[in-house]
Design a protein around this ligand. Structure first.
Ligand SMILES: NC(=O)c1ccc[n+]([C@@H]2O[C@H](COP(=O)([O-])OP(=O)(O)OC[C@H]3O[C@@H](n4cnc5c(N)ncnc54)[C@H](OP(=O)(O)O)[C@@H]3O)[C@@H](O)[C@H]2O)c1
Length: 352
């Protein structure tokens, strides 16, 4: 098969590789479409890759692709839900820039016939990261047991793929009012919100002072915050908004926080790559239990997604199909690195 290798310069080399064979709990997908994520360019830099994923093997960064959709080609001996020919979306730890990709069963799910492969690859990593932030880190009510009382939530970076899926999931959980911070993607984010429930967009292009004052005016002390961008600038706004005693702030990247934060706000960082960590025989019983629970979390949320797609209650992220198949990966990764995409995912078509 053809496989695209991303070099630290973000140039791409096309190699001839072996079609992978599945482990017991793995699914091989014949790839039709690939969705790109920021980690695909960050992971191509070996130093960043080691910082982010020191526990995974360096080899896995050569082909960093995470999100694929296509047809099941083969399944492992302990895979009970899929068979060759099924239409699926699958998210993995890196193997996606290829004609055949390998992913675990718990991050693979059946696509309803109404959902195209291009649409499907906008979900994957961004969707599960949004779910991890809202439900595992912030412990907010899940869509199948929705909130009964107003639950104000700030989502910083609501036009990003992670932020937008967080807005959509929060709405399915009846979590309102949502204070959504966006810039170029304001119009898109407005289309996701319910102003009758107090949801509002706050434009970050007006500056951090404006964002802080505007949200503090609407909600002086916030219990729940998701920083879907997590740069020093965004996080320093978020910590000012949080209730110093009850506040819970979830981030997508580790950030050093101002010392006063240590006083009260509970901060956590979601880490989707843990979904692909192998069960280590040397781990403690608690670590193994937590890893099993995390994999069940992904299993459940991806099956919820299958259902939500079939019921038409969740929309995909806007996307742009990049010309040139594997040949388009390099330019798209450069554009992602340079922040050119606004409220949009890049999609690569591999086959029909
Ligand atoms: N922890 C994990 O496991 C995990 C998993 C996935 C992603 N991530 C990380 O999460 C981040 C977001 O990923 P993504 O896939 O959602 O990215 P993305 O879709 O490529 O994000 C692009 C969006 O970011 C928004 N943005 C950029 N700078 C902003 C700022 N200062 N304030 C508010 N919005 C800003 C832009 O909003 P406008 O269009 O409105 O200007 C743009 O639409 C990345 O750093 C990624 O590496 C972490």
């Amino acid at each position: 098969m053809k496989e695209a290798i991303v070099l630290p310069s973000l140039e791409v080399e096309i190699l001839d590789s072996q079609i992978p064979t599945p482990g017991d709990e793995e699914v091989i997908v014949r790839v039709v479409a690939i969705g790109l994520n920021p980690i695909d360019w960050k992971g191509a830099d070996p130093e960043v890759a080691i910082q982010l994923h020191g526990h995974l093997k360096a080899k896995q960064y050569a082909n960093p692709g995470k999100d694929v959709a296509g047809y099941v080609h083969a399944v492992g001996s302990k895979v009970y839900e899929f068979k060759p020919g099924d239409r699926v979306q699958s998210t993995n730890h890196g193997s996606g820039f290829a004609e055949y990709s390998v992913g675990p069963r718990h991050t693979t799910y059946i696509l309803p016939d109404s959902v195209s492969f291009d649409v499907a690859v906008t979900f994957g990593l961004s969707y599960i990261t949004a779910a991890l932030n809202l439900y595992k880190e912030l412990r907010l009510p899940e869509p199948w047991v929705p909130a009964e009382d107003p639950t104000p939530l700030v989502i910083y970076g609501a036009a990003s793929s992670v932020g937008a899926f967080a807005v959509k999931l929060a709405s399915l959980s009846n979590i309102h009012p949502i204070y959504a911070v966006a810039g170029r993607g304001t119009e898109f984010v407005e289309s996701l919100l319910d102003s009758s429930k107090g949801d509002r967009v706050i434009d970050y292009r007006e500056g951090p002072g404006f964002v802080t004052a505007e949200i503090q005016r609407l909600a002086p002390k916030l219990e729940y915050g998701l920083d879907a961008i997590s740069t020093p600038d965004t996080t320093s706004v978020m910590v000012k908004l949080m209730d110093p005693v009850k506040g819970r702030l979830s981030m997508v990247l580790p950030q050093e926080l101002p010392p006063q934060v240590a006083a009260g706000i509970k901060t956590t960082v979601s880490f989707a790559p843990a979904l692909w960590e192998p069960n280590d025989v040397n781990s403690s019983e608690v670590e193994r239990r937590d890893l099993t629970a995390l994999k069940s979390f992904a299993h459940v949320y991806f099956r919820y997604l299958s259902d939500a797609l079939a019921n038409g209650i969740i929309s995909h992220h806007p996307f742009e199909v990049v010309d040139g198949g594997f040949g388009g990966i390099s330019r798209a990764l450069e554009d992602l690195r340079d922040g050119k995409n606004s409220a949009s995912k890049y999609v690569i078509r591999v086959s029909e």
